[in-house]
Design a protein around this ligand. Structure first.
Ligand code: HMG
Ligand code: MG
Length: 309
């Protein structure tokens, strides 16, 4: 079989999923979501970000959320950190992993983190060094890896440059992100190949927003290359406040359903995952943005109706 036999999913729902919500989501709800995700078997959860609360108010309760989580052994809790100020604040929360996030286009870098690509690397370098001193794993995310909302198409060379710069400062893992979901399989494979020039296959992952419905196809295209790590978001939550029109990440439920059907292990209990997605969707007052969750929830309610009373 050419596909990997197991896949690791990082659920980014509590962070990417909720950062874009306009309505306040109490810390207690975020904490409960993390608990439900770990109960469903997620081993990696992106919990929050230590960014400026003026830029992303929804993540302003970062320390409270991190402090409220009942940690389960074997689960890795990660947080986004854009600079030393964020790292210092995050440190007290004892994350297992931090994520520095750059971009493959200058325009997106400016809009998202208010600096050029070169300046972002200068900001990340001391963060990576400090994380290493504290034994904290560092993942890097490269946004707009195939298309930028401000600059248009992004060439693989843009990804390769940032991957090289991140590698040079000691970032241990390279996440390739299609922020606005415009990627299609061949383009995504080219972006991945660019990252693979500087990172080993085991140190690369995909992060696909599903704006144009391409994320599952893109995930399959990566599996075909042997890539076995992906960021996904429960109930398809997500979006970036600085990428207008971009919708959520591919739903964790849809990816798990596909992988189960392909005989690829994830360690995730789909039914409990669907319950976690329903929990947060109920809170937000909408249906889970996942085809698999919708189908299974409908089946459940039909079965409940059919049961003799
Ligand atoms: P800046 O304004 O250039 O920063 O923002 P600054 O150093 O000039 O400081 C300005 C103010 O921000 C100061 O406060 C600092 O203390 C404060 P003031 O004196 O005005 O009261 N500040 C901070 N406060 C809290 N935590 C910090 C921090 N740093 C400075 N870490 C900055 C630069 C990076 C902070 C800002 O641009 C920012 O917070 N951006 C956040 C962007 C963001 O979170 N975007 C969404 C996440 S990325 C994403 O979703 C993409 C991803 O999913 C992959 C994909 O799909 O592409 C990962
Ligand atoms: Mg994202």
């Amino acid at each position: 079989m050419r596909y990997p036999t197991k896949v690791k999913l990082v659920d980014v729902g509590p962070r990417d999923g909720l950062q874009n919500e306009k309505q306040p989501v109490p810390a207690a709800v975020k904490i409960e979501l993390v608990h439900r995700l770990q109960a469903a078997g997620l081993k990696e959860i992106e919990v929050t970000s230590f960014v400026s609360p003026k830029w992303v108010p929804q993540m302003g309760d970062n320390a409270e959320v991190m402090a409220g989580i009942r940690r389960q052994s074997g689960v890795r809790y990660s947080v986004l950190v854009p600079n030393m100020k964020g790292f210092e604040a995050a440190l007290a929360s004892k994350p297992d992993e931090i994520v520095v996030f750059g971009a493959a286009s200058e325009a997106f870098s400016q809009r998202n983190i208010n600096c050029s690509i070169a300046e972002s690397i200068e900001r990340f370098a001391p963060v990576v060094a400090a994380a290493s001193e504290h034994g904290i794993h560092v993942r890097g995310a490269i946004s707009v890896a195939v298309g930028c909302p401000y600059q248009g198409e992004v060439k693989p060379e843009g990804v390769e440059l940032v991957a090289r710069l991140m590698k040079e400062i000691g970032v241990q893992h390279c996440g390739v992100a299609d922020t606005i979901g415009v990627g299609t399989p061949r383009k995504v494979q080219a972006a991945m190949e660019a990252a693979l020039k500087h990172y080993a296959l085991d140190d690369v992952s995909g992060h696909f927003h599903d704006t144009y419905g391409q994320a599952l196809g893109n995930t399959l295209a990566c599996l075909d290359m042997g890539i076995w790590q992906f960021d996904t978001s429960v109930a398809g939550l997500g979006g970036c406040p600085y990428a207008k029109g971009a919708t959520g990440n591919v739903a964790t439920e849809d990816v798990v359903f596909m992988l189960q059907g392909m005989g690829i292990a994830t360690g995730i209990d789909l039914d409990r995952l669907i319950d976690a997605g329903k929990y947060i969707s109920d809170f937000l007052g909408r249906k889970p943005n996942s085809r698999a969750a919708t189908a299974i929830l409908t089946k459940r309610s039909n079965e409940a109706c059919a049961e003799p009373s």
